[in-house]
Design a protein around this ligand. Structure first.
Ligand code: HT7
Ligand code: ZN
Length: 872
């Protein structure tokens, strides 16, 4: 497969002003008629051929301006259709046949549990009809759906006509007045039921809101609907963005490659990202649903009204929209916890991507398969960069820049420069150097060093930046990095006033690192400080500062920035873990660092109002994050060291954990509200510690919590703890009962699979293989693949990296099968194998052997691109 290059971008030769589609639905032979009003693009020369994308289509007829074309008038290839000679303006009619039933890739038109649905981003529309399937071709659409056994027929925009044909089939015609690219097209047809509500916009327009689900899920839509209404209001209040159609629909389907899709007026969701019920969904799931509903809704402006010129600009819509949804969730729930959770995930997963063979800039300069670029870099790092912009120019200027962007580019397909230019124009800031964030891959590292001079009362802070080389990018330029900081007085424990170059900055400020190395001399520093750097994670970088453990314990207590207080605790734990990892490797007795125990005791016994933050502070860095810090990953030593810390803490602080657990039990009816969620998290963290030592009371509490069956958060947590313990006598009956109770509910069965395959016990690989035979498992359903195989490979590190290579073999076998069924999911699944460089020689050899085995197969472009990069 050939790469596509950003530098080759050209405006399309022809554009489409209106697209009229008719679908005659049939599982094996759906007929798609398309009438396109085409005209030459004013910026392109005359006489160019018309080139339309098209894949897996069987062409039945083609006519230009009403005249059928002869076979000699056009060329058909695997990639599409070419008509060498066309007029300046014309009407093109085509008719094709497709088979939704056989579409296991879940791109284009497919069937999910008997429901017809579409996924067109990024390049799925070309599997529906011949079309210039690129985001800079924007047309109005009118779509007629003709069905036999499908009571509900939905598409984008507003329904304008309904009726019954002579042959008894019925139809609905939809018109979408907003010009859109093909990737935002959608249709849904089948036996669905709706829950309806209304929203009155800021200008008093009434909008109908509909959530369409299978009948048995009608009681699981309340939270998504409430989230939608909150998100609509938030976007009006925060960004001045109002919804622009009379109808907004969400449809839940069971088979979906990602979380959801922002099709104009007809969002299609993975059912896991819509459906909630206290008995079936955990707090985490409730929060995820809220975030995704908001994210897709926000795309209506950041993505749909203003879209991307080409797929290299993907982060223009995704980075901005993730930033918007993160801010929304922070405003709606606990802001500090949201930031801690986002950063914790980011530093574990995106840093690993940036350090691996598939590292790429937020705006890549080439790709083979665009679906491989829906990555943490494009989404999450893209969001961090937008957040830096907001912080650099300040909220007011950022909002002016956002207004300017939406106003200037409404209805257009634009670039990342267009967005950043609006921010520069609205703020007067020079963002030229800042733009390097978009083109340079890899995680920048800052080496910081500080010295306090007691005689002059000066504090000299030196910051040095470097970005490691990444595949294909050897030379890295210095970036513009905003470093938010405070100087915490060692005597007072307070933030000190900061004066830099004669300018008073206050007690919390941002300094700008632009060069490879810069020195910042703070004057009139009243007492010796410990710097609190990169507050709130002000830039997506790795910060190295030679903090002593005493410094960290001090910051954990005194830092006024909640995020950095949490981070100090993480750093302190990491230092202790480092020693224990070394001890394990050297076969030396492990000794617990009492400073960590003391810090935890203080946390458990001091009054901290925000229980959710406390729960985060009591949570040790994950094995994956610990691994990120190690030069060479020793999965067994990391697991042993972390378990040792958990058990040591539980032994030393058993009574404190018991007290926290007991104080936070509650029988209040379940509500997914911040206070309740916080209380449950804290209680369950305490229970985890008690179960780390299989304390008698802990076991009894876990069993009782499972039996009480109060809500899924508590039930799942208790069941996980039992299943991960050595007490099979308790775990087996609980697991069996849970599996039987929920065998009818696919989303709960996903949880049942996941919690079993994260078991640390040695038989995990065998259990995965066994569960793959379970009637509820299917390789064709992405949620099941993620729940069973993805969870095992990414979250059960000791067993996935088993030294006999069985974990790797299992993953490769699944990838090979999925490569044919669903290349996009197959390519995503390979990720843990691509990180082979981080492991010892024996594991490296085993992992590479599996990658080679995959490479020897006839591969989809998706899998080929990932494997080739991993082995390069
Ligand atoms: N914009 C949507 C992307 C998406 C997607 C991409 C490739 C293959 C399947 C997909 N499903 C959804 C999702 C979003 O970011 O909102
Ligand atoms: Zn998105």
């Amino acid at each position: 497969p050939q790469p596509v290059y950003l530098s080759d971008y050209q405006a399309p030769a022809y554009r489409v002003s209106h697209t009229q589609l008719t679908f005659e639905l049939d599982p094996a032979a759906t007929k798609v008629k398309a009438r396109l009003l085409v005209e030459r693009h004013p910026e392109r020369e005359t006489g160019l051929p018309l080139e339309l994308d098209g894949e897996h289509l069987s062409l039945k007829s083609i006519a230009l301006d009403g005249k059928p074309l002869e076979a000699a008038d056009y060329e058909l290839t695997e990639q599409g259709l070419r008509i060498p000679q066309v007029p300046e303006r014309f009407v093109l009619d085509t008719e094709v046949e497709i088979s939704p039933r056989d579409n296991t890739a879940l791109q284009g038109l497919y069937q999910s549990s008997g429901i017809y649905c579409t996924q067109c981003e990024a390049e799925g529309f070309r599997r529906i009809t011949f079309y210039p399937d690129r985001p800079d071709v924007m047309a109005t659409f009118s779509t007629t759906l003709i069905g036999t056994a499908e009571p509900v027929l939905l598409s984008n925009g507003n329904p304008v006509e309904k009726g019954t044909l002579d042959d008894g089939r019925h139809f609905v015609t939809w018109e979408d007045p907003h010009p859109k690219p093909s990737y935002l097209f959608a249709l849904v047809a089948g036996d669905l039921k709706k829950v309806a509500d209304r929203f009155t916009t800021m200008h008093g327009r009434e909008v109908s809101l509909e959530i369409w689900v299978e009948e048995e899920n009608l009681d699981k839509t309340d939270h998504a609907m409430a989230s939608l209404k909150r998100a609509m209001k938030w976007d009006e209040e925060t960004y001045g963005r109002e919804y622009d159609l009379d109808l907004f629909m969400i449809v839940a389907v069971n088979d979906f490659n990602m979380g959801a899709m922002e099709n104009k007026g007809l969002n299609i969701f993975n059912s896991a990202a819509v459906l909630t019920h206290p008995k079936t969904a955990t707090d985490v799931a409730y929060q995820r649903v809220e975030g995704i509903v908001a994210h897709e809704y926000f795309h209506n402006w950041s993505g749909n009204r203003v879209t991307c010129r080409d797929w290299f600009q993907l982060s223009l819509k995704e980075g901005f929209t993730v930033f918007r949804d993160q801010c929304y969730s922070a405003d709606t729930n606990s802001a500090p916890v949201k930031r801690i959770q986002d950063v914790s995930f980011f530093r574990t997963a995106q840093f690993a991507e940036d350090a691996g063979p598939t590292a790429h800039p937020i705006r890549p300069d080439h790709y083979i398969e665009i679906t491989n670029f829906y990555t943490l870099t494009i989404y999450e790092k893209g969001s961090e960069v937008v957040r830096m912009l907001r912080n650099l120019v300040g909220w007011e200027a950022f909002r002016r820049g956002s207004d300017l962007y939406f106003e200037r580019f409404d209805g257009q397909a634009v670039t990342i420069e267009d967005f950043v230019d609006c921010m520069a124009e609205a703020s007067g800031e020079d963002l030229t150097r800042f733009m390097r964030w978009y083109s340079q891959a890899g995680t920048p590292e800052i080496d910081a060093h500080g010295e306090y001079d007691y005689v002059t009362s000066e504090y000299r802070l030196t910051l040095r930046q470097r970005t490691p080389t990444t595949p294909g990018q050897q030379d890295k330029q210095p970036l513009h990095i905003p470093v938010r900081l405070g100087l915490v007085g060692t005597k007072s424990g307070r933030d000190l006033n900061m004066t830099l170059g004669g300018e008073t900055l206050g007690r919390d400020a941002v300094i700008h690192l632009r060069e490879d190395e810069q020195e910042f001399l703070f004057t009139d520093v009243a007492e010796s400080p410990i710097p609190s750097l990169l507050r709130h994670f002000s830039a997506p970088v790795k910060l190295h500062f030679p903090y002593s453990r005493e410094d960290l314990a001090f910051l954990l207590q005194h830092d006024s920035d909640g995020f950095n207080r949490w981070d100090a605790g993480q750093r302190l734990a990491l230092l202790a873990l480092d020693d224990l990892i070394a001890a394990h490797r050297n076969g030396v007795e492990k000794v617990m660092d009492s400073r960590v125990t003391d810090a935890f005791r203080t946390l458990l016994t001091s009054r901290i109002d925000d229980k959710a933050v406390l729960a985060e502070m009591l949570t040790l860095p994950s094995e994956a994050y610990i691994a990120e810090q190690q030069p060479l990953v020793d999965v067994d030593a990391i697991h042993a060291a972390r378990e040792f810390v958990r058990q040591s803490l539980a032994l030393a602080l058993r009574d404190e954990f018991l007290a926290v657990f007991e104080a936070n039990q509650s029988d209040a009816p379940y509500a997914p509200e911040p206070e309740q969620i916080a209380q449950r998290s804290l209680k369950n963290v305490a229970l985890s510690y008690l179960m780390a030592i299989e304390d008698e009371k802990g076991l009894a509490f876990a069993q009782a919590q499972f039996d009480a069956d109060h809500n899924m958060t508590d039930v799942r947590h208790a069941l996980t703890l039992l299943v991960h313990s050595s007490r099979d006598d308790l775990a087996s009956p609980a697991l069996k009962a849970f599996g039987e109770t929920w065998s009818h509910d696919p989303l709960v069965m996903d949880q049942w699979f996941s919690l079993q395959v994260t078991r640390p016990q040695e038989d995990a690989v065998e259990r995965v293989k066994f569960l793959m035979q379970h009637p509820a498992f299917s390789l064709k359903n992405p949620n099941k693949v993620r729940a069973l195989i993805g969870t095992f490979a990414n979250q059960n590190r000791v067993n996935f990296h088993r030294l006999d290579g069985e974990g790797y073999r299992l993953l490769a076998d699944v990838v090979i099968k999925l490569n044919r069924l669903n290349p996009e999911i197959a390519a995503r699944l390979i990720t843990p194998l691509t990180r082979w460089q981080r492991f010892d020689e024996q594991r490296q050899a085993l992992m590479k052997a599996e990658l080679e085995r995959i490479k020897a197969e006839p591969l989809s472009p998706n899998v080929y691109e990932v494997v080739a990069k991993a082995l390069a």
